[in-house]
Design a protein around this ligand. Sequence first.
Ligand code: NDP
Length: 334
Amino acid sequence: LKRWVLRNRPAGEIKPGDLELVEEPIRDLADGEVLVRTLYLSLDPTNRIWMSDQDQYMPPVQIGETMRGGSLGVVERSRSDRFKQGDVVNTGLGGWSTHTIANGAFLMPAPQLPGVPLTAYMSVLGATGLTAWFGMCDIGKPQPGETVVVSAAAGAVGSVAGQIAKLKGARVIGIAGGKAKCDWLTGELGFDGAIDYKHEDVGAALDRLCPNGIDVNFENVGGDIMDAVVSRMNNFGRMPLCGMISTYNDDRRPAGPTDFVRVLMHRLTIRGFIVTDFLPRAGEAMAELIPWVTEGKLKWKVHVDQGLEGAMDSLQRLFTGNHDGKLLIQVSPE
Ligand code: NDP
């Protein structure tokens, strides 16, 4: 068994030595336990938050512990009546590890819809899709004809969130890094406009593309991009605050929107949310997401890197944008 262990809390960007790959024998199973071989590991921006000891929504990963991460795997050995060898299971936060030993009572079988690849349950039909759906439908609540802006729009959550707003009848503008990502948003996903923040002035582009102001800001980035959007929001605008990835490598708490008084003057609602809060209501989201996926109305991409050994380098892709879709590691063959 190989697993990545947190050795140091990173200062700024993650550096070699902050995590260490260790190898050890697999122990025997106790009654009720299951040995799961990891197939896919999800790499997420929040991994960087869990490595730090800043105030956060879950306890941070402790020094010496296996790095936390969402995973999906296949049962290799079982001493639980609930699972047999070959069953595909959702190991929850199984961690950055080739194998997980878990009590069968706490494992969930992975859903398997005909024609839907397993990686979909790690992306559009997994936490990514739920984040996009609850953020957009429960907090953003776009109405037909309203203008919605999504940042990190070509990323895993952003691309799904923007398409959901389109399906709800809104005009959607995405903000993403680079021409290729922007072309994908407008060409294939049906966004009404896209802003390449690496080469364009975001404020000027928003003025051009959102002549009637902005009703919903699905915020994934924070910093200057958030400022540019918030300062153009309409009366009673809603801002699902999903993430602030531009700030995760900073040591200091980032500032909020510069134009905070606008929240008062324009009666904006800003609501931070974490997808895990919504898990008891996952069925509501799945009732829309599954048909959208099976009917081809909702598109998604996954970027699969091979091998647990490269996980630390792969994680950096989230901060450079050098990936195309939900970032996963294939830890072992299906
Ligand atoms: P993505 O697939 O969107 O990858 C992250 C993207 O962020 C990169 O591809 C890059 O896109 C963009 N990015 C990175 N750094 C910057 C920067 N400094 N400025 C602008 N853009 C940047 O990851 P996810 O979809 O998994 O996550 C997106 C956001 O959603 C994150 O903030 C994450 O923390 C949040 N999230 C929140 C959840 C919740 O429960 N609240 C659950 C899951 C995710 P580009 O090439 O366009 O720059």
